[in-house]
Design a protein around this ligand. Structure first.
Ligand SMILES: Cc1ncc(C[n+]2csc(CCOP(=O)(O)OP(=O)(O)O)c2C)c(N)n1
Ligand code: SF4
Length: 284
């Protein structure tokens, strides 16, 4: 069998008329798109029964490039629209592209309640630590101390960890990978789409233009090395946290937990809704 090539996938799944993309050189959003295409091809997803939904932002532009039904909605409301699509058409596969600002800032409330309801969808949240499209303001995910246009002396807020929030809320599938991991994001996107229930895949992606250049991460090799040096598998991180010596625990400073945070089963909204409908029918 011929080896799959990224070019073939682009040909097969993307709207050629939309090229070139809006993405800057070195932006990680294109990697996220490539991993998604690879995953949907691996699982032979029926693209005609799939809807891609996004909000507003550089990362939210991804829906426009995929040659499938899609909704490019309003800022922060991707999950509300996606919920509507899924609840009205439970047999469709729903995939959301969102940014850290779109999905966890202005859209943070929708994130909580979509997970709480366990709506069956796959959310690919691109976390580039900033509001890229509007020039690099501080986001809820911006690391402490980072320089942004609105924190010129360094961010003084604790960042939000969306994977920890999703895990605590019982999301059936939760994973985080930097784009520098070429294989694991594909596996997680596949697992997320296959999962019955809410799946969150947070992708850490460089934004050299709005974030990187203010934080010594402008060059591609600098940012890719940074993700490599700062990533630690969640199992290893939590083992050290619980059982490590003081010296080992000190090594966790500045490290980012990556990997699969949660892979479990929980009845999703559509199942519970069907049960209600059946009960009502029986009574009638
Ligand atoms: C209601 C509303 N508020 C603010 C904006 C301006 N705006 C557009 S994109 C954006 C930030 C996007 O950040 P993020 O979701 O992290 O995506 P990125 O561009 O970094 O990929 C903002 C604040 C808007 N379009 N609508
Ligand atoms: S501003 Fe940042 S997130 Fe937006 S396209 Fe450029 S590098 Fe990517």
């Amino acid at each position: 069998m011929a080896m799959k090539q990224a070019e073939d996938l682009r040909e097969k799944y993307l709207r050629q008329s939309m090229f070139p993309t809006i993405f800057c050189d070195g932006c990680g959003i294109g990697n996220v798109l490539n991993y998604t295409l690879w995953a949907i091809d691996e699982i032979e997803l029926d693209i005609d029964r799939t809807v891609f939904v996004s909000g507003i932002g550089c990362s939210s532009r991804l829906t426009g490039y995929v040659n499938a039904d899609g909704l490019h909605t309003t800022h922060g409301r991707a999950l509300a629209f996606a919920t509507g699509v899924k609840v009205a058409n439970p047999d469709l596969t729903v995939i959301v592209f969102t940014g850290d600002g779109d999905g966890s800032g202005i859209g943070g409330n929708h994130l909580l309640h979509t997970i709480r309801r366990n709506i069956d969808m796959t959310v690919i949240l691109v976390n580039n630590y900033t509001y890229g499209m509007t020039g690099g303001q501080v986001a809820p995910t911006t690391p402490m101390g980072s320089i942004t246009t609105t924190t010129p002396y360094g961010n003084s807020e604790w960042p939000l960890d969306v994977c920890e929030v999703a895990r605590a809320l019982g999301a059936p599938y939760v994973a985080r990978w930097p784009v520098t991991f070429p294989y694991q994001p594909i596996k997680s996107i596949e697992q997320g789409i296959r999962k019955r229930g809410f799946a969150l895949i947070e992708m850490l992606a460089p934004c050299p233009t709005a974030y990187g250049r203010r934080n010594n991460l402008r060059a591609l090799d600098q940012s890719w090395k940074w993700y490599k040096d700062h990533s630690l598998l969640v199992e290893e991180y939590e083992r050290i946290e619980r059982f490590g010596t003081d010296a080992e625990r000190a090594t966790l400073q500045g490290k980012i937990k990556v990997g699969v945070f949660q892979d479990s089963e929980r009845e999703c909204f559509s199942d519970q809704w069907r049960a209600v409908v059946e009960r009502v029918k029986l009574k009638a």
